[in-house]
Design a protein around this ligand. Structure first.
Ligand code: HEC
Ligand code: HEC
Ligand code: HEC
Length: 440
């Protein structure tokens, strides 16, 4: 009787989860039959497996595995995406369960070794372009769930080209040294003085969410420069790209300490908020990963981010002296603004709520490395399309419309109008960004 109840409950769970059980296993089964089936795949254990797979699918999204392990227009998780860095071009692996070209032969322990220790099944040390320096914080239970999800995918036969690593870096001994200096395996340890919500947020930000993979400054060997303990979100240039990921701990950059939890949740899950708009790689993180977080997890992440203590920005704020020459430049910039930008961003940089971001008081505009704003003007772009903002308004590219000098002037203007204060942008800086215009 008891078992029949469990079986019925299991069937109900399966129905709720949208899972169709194979014929013959629904309804009440006799205790004897149930016990016998237990040894092979019983309905109950298959329900547990399905639940674990569903949890794994959710966690894989929170970790954005698909983002790196999928080629644009390619099969999900089949790898082949190239990540350009100063050390060479790393190619992501096929992590579908194909035996020959994917991880079909792996077991849970092999998978755990990759995520937790950064070692492949054959013992090869993996390149830290795979952010195992963060994923090491993932629990064994979550690792097993992600593995269960990947195992349930359709195997894709896809042999990816090998990584192209600059020869002087292409040897395992160097990686051994690198790991000794920059990598300490270890699951996230909860801070007992903090709330469950805070700890959940810390787990997601430091581990699965691997925010520091982009938001940390790197030294020339790609090691993270954390000045003290956990200060790994102090902002940094993303290796091999023209994007700067701002500090999440400096109020001059992208700290959210002064925001409400609701505003942070809104930015993380919809990509836009009254104070900030995500673009480029961050827009991808939002659309592929963060927008899928449950309300509780998004709030937990927000609570943790909001609690991060202020650190001094590494960037120097260096506004120009208001000489006559500078004022003449800024007046010229203002004219360009009026002609090309004002229709959307407003005559005092106020933007239009939910449609066009404000430029006045917008920290993305005044960031010291002007990398991102130059990028926005040259390439244009869209905030991510999310359930909360399904049809985002875009910004047209100006690469063909304005010359480098004009872009430098209009940017210098918006960085110094309406109360904004920041360094001038030079023509050379714009020119340098154009070189990277075709890569994302
Ligand atoms: C920032 C990009 C990036 C993200 C995000 C990422 N990976 Fe990877 N992953 C890589 C790269 C690059 C490699 C190849 C490393 C190498 O060959 O040394 C790799 C390798 C792996 C391997 C080893 C495969 C093998 O054959 O040895 C596994 C397993 C793996 N990733 C799983 C995951 C999972 C699970 C997630 C999400 C939780 C994930 N990856 C997220 C970039 C990424
Ligand atoms: C692939 C690299 C990458 C990852 C991973 C990443 N970010 Fe970002 N993030 C960026 C870049 C680049 C920017 C600057 C562009 C922008 O403002 O949207 C940014 C901007 C931000 C901003 C400021 C938004 C604004 O416009 O002021 C916040 C807040 C933020 N990220 C939080 C996070 C959190 C939390 C995580 C982890 C869950 C994360 N990021 C992971 C690259 C990344
Ligand atoms: C058709 C409307 C439109 C016009 C014209 C326009 N923009 Fe934008 N702008 C947008 C939208 C929409 C975004 C958000 C894009 C994104 O998130 O990638 C944006 C983003 C930006 C950003 C980044 C803000 C942030 O928070 O990350 C800057 C800086 C900017 N615009 C400056 C300008 C300048 C300077 C001009 C004139 C040369 C201009 N825009 C013209 C609509 C416009």
């Amino acid at each position: 009787m008891k078992i029949a109840v469990i079986a019925a409950a299991a069937a109900a769970v399966a129905v709720l989860a949208g899972i169709s059980l194979s014929p013959g296993v629904t309804g009440a089964t006799s205790p004897k039959k149930e016990a016998k089936a237990e040894k092979s795949a019983t309905p109950l254990s298959s329900v547990i497996l399905k639940q674990r797979q569903a949890r794994g699918a959710y966690l894989a999204r929170a970790g954005n595995c698909i983002g790196c392990h999928t080629l644009q227009g390619g099969r999900a998780y089949a790898g082949g995406r190239k990540l350009a860095t100063p050390f060479g071009t790393f190619v992501t692996s096929n992590i579908t369960p194909d035996k020959a070209t994917g991880i079909g032969d792996w077991n849970e322990d092999d998978f755990w070794k990759a995520l937790h220790e950064g070692k492949s099944r054959d013992g090869r040390l993996l390149y830290p372009a795979f952010p195992y320096t963060e994923y090491t914080k993932i629990t064994r239970e979550d690792s097993d769930a992600i593995f269960a999800h990947l195992r349930a995918l359709e195997p894709v036969v896809q042999q990816n080209p090998p990584s192209q690593v600059a020869s002087r870096y292409d040897f395992q001994p160097l990686l051994t040294l690198w790991r000794a200096a920059y990598f300490k395996p270890g699951v996230y340890q909860a801070d007992p003085t903090k709330s469950t919500e805070w700890n959940r947020g810390a787990y997601l930000v430091q581990g699965l969410g691997h925010c520091s993979a982009c938001h940390a400054e790197r030294n020339p060997l790609g090691g993270m420069i954390g000045r003290k303990g956990d200060d790994k979100l102090g902002g940094g240039q993303i290796m091999g790209s023209n994007w700067y990921a701002p500090s999440l701990t400096s109020s001059l950059e992208a700290s959210t300490a002064g925001w409400s939890i609701e505003e942070i949740v809104q930015l993380l899950t919809t990509g836009i908020s009254p104070r900030a708009t995500t673009s480029g790689p961050m827009a991808e993180v939002v659309s592929q990963s963060l927008q899928h977080l449950t309300k509780e997890d998004a709030r937990a992440m927000a609570a943790y981010l909001k609690s991060l203590p202020e650190t001094q920005s590494r960037q120097q704020v260096n506004p120009p002296a208001q000489t006559e020459q500078v004022q003449a430049w800024l007046r010229y910039g203002a004219r360009i603004y009026k002609e090309h930008c004002q229709d959307c961003h407003g005559d005092s940089g106020q933007g239009a709520p939910g449609i066009y971001p404000p430029l006045a008081g917008n920290r993305s505009v005044t960031l010291t490395p002007p990398t991102n704003v130059i990028r926005s003007i040259l390439n244009g772009g869209y905030p991510p399309s999310t359930a909360g903002n399904p049809r985002p308004y875009g910004m047209p590219p100006f690469a063909q419309v304005l010359r480098d000098g004009e872009i430098a002037l209009v940017l210098s203007y918006i960085r110094n109008a309406w109360g904004n204060r920041a360094s001038l942008v030079t023509t050379a800086q714009v020119d340098k960004s154009r070189e990277g215009i075709t890569e994302r």
